[in-house]
Unconditional design. Structure first.
Length: 488
């Protein structure tokens, strides 16, 4: 995107609660996309490892949770394709729209196609569609603010409220449907949610004005055959790895983590050496590296909500609510309750503090430390057995998850748009999601080490490691801030 297109703001800008009017549309489409995504994800693991008589596929539990983590990692890996398409072919605004259509198709496949065939087709489609939508919706929001606009952190925090409203509602509905009428009805509800999001987005596209319509780095017609050949090569490579057993369901989380790590290194190298990136932009990209690592550590714990903590919820939490047993997947809705309650407070806090707020590296450090501390709290009940962990205790711990997330995740989205080189704006957001992808796939890798009998060691070690990483980032914060060159 050209600097003129990004920085020039009309003096009579339409606003909503002090923010650009386009925020409302992006808030809505992300709300429904996350409704469908988390509604599906919170029952996916159970679908894979529950017995056939319970409506599941009777897969090994460790393999099932590993697949869930790897799938989440692949969603974020696919953001690079979505970012590339936006930067070079369609522009961000149209990529968001088409990505949503593909997501909806994936949920329909999960709902209608039985067995592993439906899982394969559905998850591939949702991963590709979510990759296109996620990176570009966040990047598109970033274009509504100048780099020095103090409203940006508050705007992204409100955007995050939309994400978590969807994340709260999705598991509630899919969990009840799965428990009462079956898994495929839950997957169908996710498809309906995405359809509602697409309808709202199309109806109010005009609120975005011309933002995200241009293609910042158009792909020359002569380069198109090379791009198609590269995509075909990737497909052939994956097929060959599967056919020769180099890639299996059991090894999927490890392979996914390794691929995203290699891809991240390659992407940093491309940005740091590209002639389209000037010296100031290159310094900002370097400042992003420690934030990238901290983000990956944070999400390797947080995303265990859908791997380790999904099993924990099913086997260790007492879900009795006034004589009624709530669905185990409702653990996915508890943390968003805190986010919904706290997001407006954080948005007001960051907006009022403006440039007096803690620096971005300091916010990241506090988020990682808080996440590690929350994990340590699970050791309190490590000596108990069966479904004996009080739901109220877990709800309080997940409040720690939420505070940590608000210190780090919406701030990470905002700073990524500010540090992004102009020629790599959408792809820089894809790189941010690579760090989330590494953490998400690591949640699948780590899940293989969890067992109710070793909870003290498992939660204790992972919690302490996160705290140590957070302290290191805190100590490095002044240096990282200097490298950010004018970005708060």
């Amino acid at each position: 995107m050209s600097g003129v297109a990004h920085d020039a703001k009309p003096s009579t800008e339409r606003t909503l609660f002090g923010h650009p009017i386009g925020l409302a549309n992006l808030f809505g489409v992300e709300l429904w996309e996350r409704f469908s995504f988390y509604g599906m994800l919170t029952i996916l693991g159970y679908y894979l490892y529950y017995s056939v008589t319970e409506g599941g596929l009777a897969m090994d539990k460790a393999t099932a949770t590993g697949i869930v983590g790897a799938y989440g990692g692949l969603v974020y890996l696919s953001t690079v394709l979505g970012g590339w398409i936006a930067d070079r072919v369609l522009g961000m605004e149209r990529t968001v729209l088409y990505g949503g259509v593909v997501v909806m198709a994936g949920h329909i496949a999960l709902a209608l196609i039985p067995g592993l065939a439906g899982v394969a087709v559905g998850l591939v489609a949702i991963a590709l569609g979510s990759g296109a939508l996620k990176a570009n919706a966040s990047s598109l929001l970033g274009t509504l603010y100048n780099k020095d606009d103090a409203r940006a952190d508050g705007g992204f925090t409100l955007f995050y409220l939309g994400i978590n409203t969807g994340a709260f509602a999705g598991p509630l509905i899919t969990g009840v449907l799965q428990s009462n009428v079956g898994f495929h009805w839950g997957f169908g509800a996710a498809a309906v949610g995405m359809a509602l999001g697409l309808t709202q987005y199309v109806m109010f596209r005009r609120n975005l004005g011309t933002h995200g319509r241009e293609v910042p780095n158009p792909l020359p017609r002569t380069a198109a055959p090379k791009a198609v050949a590269a995509l075909a090569g990737v497909i052939v490579l994956v097929a060959a790895a599967w056919a020769t057993k180099l890639l299996t369901l059991a090894s999927l989380p490890n392979v996914t983590t390794g691929v995203i790590v290699v891809a991240s290194i390659a992407y940093f190298a491309v940005m740091l050496t590209s002639p389209k990136v000037d010296a100031l932009e290159r310094t900002r990209v370097r400042a992003f590296i420690p934030l990238f690592i901290a983000n990956a550590v944070f999400w390797s714990l947080f995303q265990q909500m859908f791997t380790v903590l999904a099993v924990y919820s099913d086997e260790r939490i007492d879900w009795d609510v006034f004589g009624w047993t709530a669905p185990s997947n409702w653990i996915g809705s508890m943390e968003p309750v805190w986010i919904i309650a706290l997001s407006p407070l954080f948005a007001i806090l960051w907006t009022r503090l403006g440039n007096r707020a803690p620096s971005t590296p300091r916010k990241f450090a506090l988020g990682v430390v808080g996440m590690g501390a929350a994990f340590l709290l699970f050791t309190i009940f490590s000596g108990s057995h069966g479904k004996s962990v009080p739901i109220l205790f877990v709800f309080v711990v997940l409040g720690g998850f939420a505070i940590s997330e608000l210190l780090l995740s919406p701030i990470g989205l905002a700073v990524t748009t500010k540090l992004a080189p102009n020629a790599f704006r959408a792809q820089m957001m894809a790189l941010y999601f690579f760090s989330v992808g590494i953490g998400t796939s690591m949640s699948g890798v780590l899940s293989k080490f969890y067992h109710p009998s070793n909870e003290l060691a498992y939660f204790g070690i992972t919690g302490v490691v996160a705290i140590v990483v957070g302290v290191i980032v805190w100590l490095l914060a002044p240096f990282v801030s200097r490298q950010m060159e004018g970005v708060h």
